[in-house]
Design a protein around this ligand. Structure first.
Ligand code: SAH
Length: 611
């Protein structure tokens, strides 16, 4: 809940605008300002004060505990010009909230957290648990001091500043204690905690081992571990959870790195497993018995084979998605000496890189979606056509590795992007419009294997950007056809144009005409003209949403191909499409609608047909 507090009439007006914009997220605190701030501070996750920063500082100072529990606080000035993130920028969410408040009020967000201000990824905003001296190491990174990055595990991090230098991507073989070493140490009564090597400078360590962060060191905890669990019917939560915790501790592995518990389908609802997963804050994934029976494991046995149809549950479920078995099957030990009811095994997953396929929209900066921006900032490697890279260079984090290439290098770009992701990197592959429409997504995904994570970010494709300029030409069934016969034989293209013509579908032509390719567009329009009147509206849009955007609305009979080039899309209406008040409109055919002015003999799907 977001608590809202104001003192003046202007403040109250701004407060009410926010409250009506977010009715279910906000609560207005009335009464004396001091009292209201104190109540909101303890009752809400976030607080917006329509008060001077100085006043708010004095009021909240006695209430501060620490940044992990204090709410995020945003101040808005009397004139409503600024939304200042005052307290809890990251963990309290005040930086993000200040931007949201600014959007609603038409104000400017003021964010002073150093990492946000200079565009560097905050170590506590990487989406993985973090331990150690976050403030000290962040300071060092921002001050340009050398910061050593010890990545014992590959994990797809966003770009880090250039002074953060990798020391080694994989651990030296003796850096990670083997299980027998860890168990020996535990049995001997010693601590299984491996000491971190002393660091000469500030450092960032990525590991799933239990380590005590050194001075000026931050330890990032990627979700690298899968714990396979088996449980007899009715096994208590404490027994399953205790076994998992003890096993990780004895192996010197951090519970913060557990990504999920894995088991057999038949145990999906077993309360002991479900409860243990809840306590660890991880999901349960399950596999069918046949899949588990096919996994080669070191310790198969007869009991689970009889009970659930696979000779191994814990080891097989842990290994089902691949990876390295760190801890073979262990059984729980019961204080009452009765037979164990739970088993578990721990696997370290193979590192998974991340490929984001990001559509940048047709050109205008405000048609780049917020999600596309976030993905660009989550990447450490950017792959794209040089002219698209230029469009968004300023949105990238400092230190992002840019792999750009020219027109025609599509296959190479696709291969490069996938290869970088397979190394464990966070890669963004960009394309204009939507990256899946006549663009990079298909060649990239044709290359990609299932050992990387892929996310697609949709973009506004040229057909939609053009339609918005023309009016409402896509109000009924429509299709896109590329007239480029570079990779597609002309016969195939022609067959599709003919089908669209016969089916009376609105058509948007991409790649309609280039210097070397000039007969295809007239030919395609001729096919459509065989089924549509010469007066059928046609929209020609060049450089939609870019600085030199232009468009014209013409007809099938009058279109001059000389207006069209490779920066253009051409949208041809169906037999019901009309020009209304200078705009291109394809009716939905609603029965309640008045018939649109009809200038041809065709009725198509217009309301006339049904009236
Ligand atoms: N992925 C892109 C399409 C790439 S194919 C998208 O989704 O939009 C390239 C063709 O798209 C160009 O020849 C042109 O026909 C069309 N195109 C791309 N951007 C355009 C724009 N801003 N205005 C008009 N046409 C555009």
């Amino acid at each position: 809940m977001i608590g809202l507090i104001s003192a003046t009439a202007a403040g109250a007006a701004a407060r009410d605008r926010l409250a009506s914009a977010w009715p279910s997220r906000t609560r207005v605190y009335e009464g004396s300002v001091g009292d209201a701030v104190r109540r909101a501070f303890t009752e809400c996750e976030q607080v917006v004060c329509f008060l001077a920063t100085g006043a708010v500082v004095r009021l909240v100072a006695p209430l501060l505990r620490d940044k992990h529990v204090d709410p995020g606080v945003v101040c808005v000035d009397e004139a409503g010009r600024f939304a200042v993130s005052l307290l809890g920028g990251h963990e309290g969410g005040a930086n993000a909230l200040s931007r949201e408040v600014a959007d609603v009020l038409g104000a400017e967000a003021v964010v002073t957290t150093a990492t946000d201000a200079v565009g560097v990824a905050g170590l506590d905003t990487l989406g993985v648990p973090v331990e150690g001296d976050v403030a000290g190491v962040t300071r060092a990174a921002l001050d340009g001091e050398p910061v050593a990055l010890h990545a014992e595990l590959a994990y797809p991090l966003p770009a880090l500043p250039l002074n953060v230098t990798p020391q080694s991507i994989h651990p030296a073989p003796d850096a990670v204690p083997t299980l027998p070493q860890a168990l020996d140490s535990a049995r001997a009564g010693g601590t299984p905690i491996a000491p971190a090597e002393p660091l000469p400078t500030a450092g960032v360590r990525i590991t799933d081992r239990v380590v005590q962060p050194a001075d000026r060191e931050v330890v990032l905890r990627p979700p690298s571990l899968v714990v396979g669990v088996g449980a007899s019917k009715g096994a208590p939560v404490d027994e399953v959870l205790g076994l998992v915790r003890d096993t990780l501790r004895d192996a010197g592995l951090s519970p913060l790195c557990v990504a999920r518990l894995a088991t057999v389908d038949a145990k999906a609802g077993e309360p002991g497993i479900v409860g243990a997963a809840e306590a660890l804050g991880v999901p349960v994934v399950t596999y069918d018995a046949g899949t588990l029976a096919a996994v080669t494991v070191p310790n198969p046995s007869d009991a689970p084979l009889e009970a659930v149809g696979t000779p191994s549950v814990a080891e097989a479920a842990a290994l089902a998605a691949g990876g390295e078995l760190l801890v073979p099957k262990r059984k729980s030990v019961r204080a009452d000496g009765k037979p164990a009811m739970a088993t578990c095994a721990v696997v370290r997953s193979a590192p998974r890189g991340r490929l984001a396929v990001v559509g940048l929209g047709p050109g205008a900066r405000d048609l780049v979606t917020p999600r596309a921006r976030d993905e660009l900032r989550a990447a450490s490697v950017l792959v794209g056509l040089d002219q698209y890279v230029d469009q968004i260079r300023d949105l990238l984090r400092p230190g992002t590795r840019i792999l750009e290439s020219g027109l025609g290098a599509e296959e190479e770009r696709a291969r490069t992007a996938v290869a970088e992701a397979r190394k464990g990197q966070a890669v963004a592959l960009i394309g204009s419009g939507d990256a899946g429409v006549y663009a990079m997504a298909s060649p990239a995904l044709a290359e990609a294997s299932d050992d990387i994570d892929v996310v697609g970010v949709p973009g506004v494709t040229a057909a939609l950007a053009a339609a918005a300029i023309l009016g409402a030409p896509l109000g009924h069934d429509h299709v896109s056809i590329s007239l480029s016969d570079l990779h597609t034989p002309w016969e195939v293209i022609e067959r599709r144009v003919r089908a669209a013509a016969e089916a009376d579908i609105v058509v948007t032509f991409y790649n309609p005409r280039s210097r070397g390719r000039d007969w295809q567009l007239p030919k395609a329009l001729g096919i459509l003209a065989g089924h549509r009147e010469p007066g059928t509206p046609v929209g020609v849009v060049r450089n939609a949403s870019r600085a030199d955007e232009s468009h014209r609305l013409t007809t099938l009979g009058e279109l001059d191909p000389a207006w069209v080039d490779m920066m253009t899309v051409v949208t041809v209406g169906n037999t019901a499409t009309r020009r209304i008040a200078g705009r291109m409109v394809t009716p939905r055919g609603y029965r309640w609608q008045h018939p649109v002015p009809d200038t041809t003999d065709h009725t198509g799907t217009t309301p006339k047909e049904s009236s």
